[in-house]
Design a protein around this ligand. Sequence first.
Ligand code: FAD
Length: 482
Amino acid sequence: MNDAGFLEALAACVGKSHVHCEEREISPFLVDWRGRYRGRALAVVRPATTGEVAAVVRCCRTYGAHVVPQGGNTGLVGGATPLEEQAPAIVLHLGRMRRIRSLEPLDFTVTAEAGVTVREVQEAARSANRLFPLSLASEGSATVGGVCATNAGGVHVLRYGTTRDLVLGLEVVLADGGVVSSLQGLRKDNTGYAWKPLFVGSEGTLGVITAATFKLFPLPTEVVTAWVAVPDPATAVGLFSWLREAVGEGLEAFELMGRSTLELVLKHIPQARAPFSGEPPAWSVLLEFGEAGRGTQLPERVERALAAAIERGWVLEAVLAANEAQRQALWALRENASEAQRFEGFSFKHDVSLPIRALPRFITECETRLRHYWPSVTLVCFGHLGDGNLHYNVFPTGIERARWPLIEPQLSGLVHDTVAEFGGSISAEHGIGRLKADLLPRYKSEAELTLLQRLKAALDPENLFNPGKVVRGGDRPASEET
Ligand SMILES: Cc1cc2nc3c(=O)[nH]c(=O)nc-3n(C[C@H](O)[C@H](O)[C@H](O)COP(=O)(O)OP(=O)(O)OC[C@H]3O[C@@H](n4cnc5c(N)ncnc54)[C@H](O)[C@@H]3O)c2cc1C
């Protein structure tokens, strides 16, 4: 390829000052959040409008360069990092598409461009007395494009669903440079195939999301947040089910955290304060209820329910946030879980989901199996129990560094095989990206995998977008390979 000609053509699409090629300038965009993957790209290109994105896509197609979309670069599966072996490629950074295009309180909708952060959407909604319920620890950097592309979950899925459930409309630039758009915010529209959910969770492999319309909700006027100690995960599952009956549908978050996770947060995050005196409990739950309206008596109902749970031995200790500062302090313990682990060092990470009823047996069985081969490892287990989603991370304590890459396939294979045996999924909310692309054939049926490959081939026949992620060799269905 004529690199100079290509770079000039890109500059004609977005302006010279938005095509970055200097190693020093582009290197932060070529490494993922965990620092696990480092990639290569000819340039980082920063369009400001949907028209510019379409022009860049057409230009890349003409010159035969791959397009790797990137938002906040907080993804945890290497999806936004170009692969060394898939050259030439550009990183298409959406950070200049920063407009909130509309906010409609009467419709309970907001439309925002790809580069707007989740926090900015939350704040815009709040300014109109509305709730944008997507909430995750990376919300200050994660973008509209990124959360749509990964179908992000977070701490409120229990009540409001994943990003896919929140998306009413999308604007997408396709592989031929065409633009499809449906941003009217309609709740009912049965005109043909549902194409929008297909792009949500496609991880930049089917098209570039340039804007999205999301559902909003009434802002809760009463919020009750509590940190409770429970004897074990089985009791936590029972408590989860019982609280929904006892208090009502206002349960917004139910986060499980094992002792080792809390210990890491207390060790590495200077402002973190233990919820109870003494040794951290073996298992904790951070739970939050929220309700809109006046006179809901939510605090009284939650307190009554927790008192009953203590009496029955389901809850060993409980602390309720008395004000917003205390609420934030409790949430900081949960939200810093990923950051604390990053400070601690390398671990084998597994973002898995299971039927909620199977979680306790999975936790016990997986530990037994792991300790059979690697007795000294440290297990850091936490997650969105209310969604059946565990972050099941294994720190290779007591194992020589040189052996880590060698044991990874066996160790992660053991965890994922156990997940599959219990009827679960090897990716709950972080996606497949590069990290798990090789695993899909093992855990998806052949029919499902072929369907995914056909979808990729139909929408991106030249494998322009984010090659090597999600579905490998996605430009032709496996059955058609010679
Ligand atoms: C501390 C921390 C906590 C986290 N907590 C959660 C959590 O609770 N729940 C959860 O689900 N995730 C969580 N994540 C993961 C991450 O924040 C989400 O995956 C988020 O959606 C990524 O958004 P981003 O803008 O950073 O996307 P990026 O990391 O830039 O990209 C992620 C993927 O989306 C694609 N992409 C990005 N923008 C576009 C676009 N405009 N069009 C098409 N494709 C695009 C990329 O190619 C890549 O495949 C967490 C991450 C961190 C660091």
